[in-house]
Structures are given as structure tokens and as C-alpha cells.
Design a protein around this ligand. Sequence first.
Ligand code: OGA
Ligand code: MN
Length: 207
Amino acid sequence: MPTESHSALYARIVDDLAEHGWSIQPLFAPEGLTAELADECRLRAERGALAPAGVGRGNALAVREAVRGDSIEWLEAGQSEACDQYLALLDGLRQAINQGLYLGLEDYESHFALYPPGAFYQKHLDRFRDDDRRTVSAVLYLNEGWQDEQGGALRLYLKNGEVRDVPPRAGCLVVFLSADLPHEVLPATRERLSLTGWFRRRGDGPL
Ligand code: OGA
Ligand code: MN
């Protein structure tokens, strides 16, 4: 559940989003929760529950390993204690963003993602051309003991022309405006786990 210290984190993320359109919080999720989520991701992978991720949506959805090489499984409430705790933390963040920035975020959809060594996700924006509901992206990393030289950074192309690489270290949450920030996932020399998701607004386009 969100704690007192989470209100401070939420406030920092809201300020960062207002000022820059992105925020990096190296210690967002408690260590124990991150470890449980990592175990769950690996268990889901062992069970064969993770499927190669697609590109695009609806009829245009296709698996293209030359674009992205991760495998994913969507999260649903009630699947595990750890997932529910995480969803509660992110719902607290959703409310804080709505209060601070009036974005009218309605829900959060997210999936576990596993990138095998060598897999990547080419530079892209998170908003679909035919669906503008995804408004704020939020990615939590689950990789204990990650070393910079293992690669696998999230590369953010910031508005001021700066490029910033974020190593996918356990407990770190990266939040950014989905329509504004091109980004990519660089290949790594070890397996790379994350929980990737999007806060969505009510859509007014075709669904
Ligand atoms: C995505 C994505 C970033 C990451 O799934 O759209 O950009 O660091 N993921 O895993
Ligand atoms: Mn993305």
C-alpha cells in the first residue's frame, strides 16, 4: 500500500512531469516487493505464460523481432499479492498525477516483460496512431545487481536534444509522457525483467 514516503515520491514525480515530461526514481518500489515481482516474472516465464510481444494493435498487431524482442504477459488485479501491491502503488501515483496535472487518467494497464540476452526494442513512441488513450508511461525494473556494462539501458531522447540512458536496476521507476518522448531499449548481455505500463485517459477516438 502507498505509504507516507510514497506521497513524497509521488509529489516529486508530478513536479518532474510538469517541468520536464519525465521522471526517474531509483528507489520507487521496496526491495522485498521488487524481489517478489521478479520471482513472479520468472515463474510466469517458466510456465510458458509469456508470449512474444507484438507491434501495433488490433488487426495491425504483428510480432516483429527486428523491432522488439521481448516476451510479455499482462497483469490483472487479484493474480498475486505482489502484483496487487504494485497496482495499489501505481494507483496512488495515478491519483497524484490527476490532482497535480489534471490529466484525467482513468486506469493503468501493464505487463511483465522479459528481454532475453541480445533482445532490444527499437526507438518508438508509446502512443498508437489510432488510439490516443496512453498518456503517461511507467516502467519498473526488476533486475537485482545490474551492472552498467551489461547494457540493457532504456535510452530516452529528451526534448532538449539530450540523450539519457537509464540502467534497468531493481526498484527504479521511470515515468514519462507517452506521446512526447521517443525511447528505445538497448540489448543486454543478461536477461532483463520489467513491469511496463501506461496510465490511460478515456478515449474519444475509435477503439
Ligand atoms: C515499451 C518500452 C521500456 C523498457 O514496452 O514500450 O519502451 O525499458 N519499454 O522496458
Ligand atoms: Mn515504449
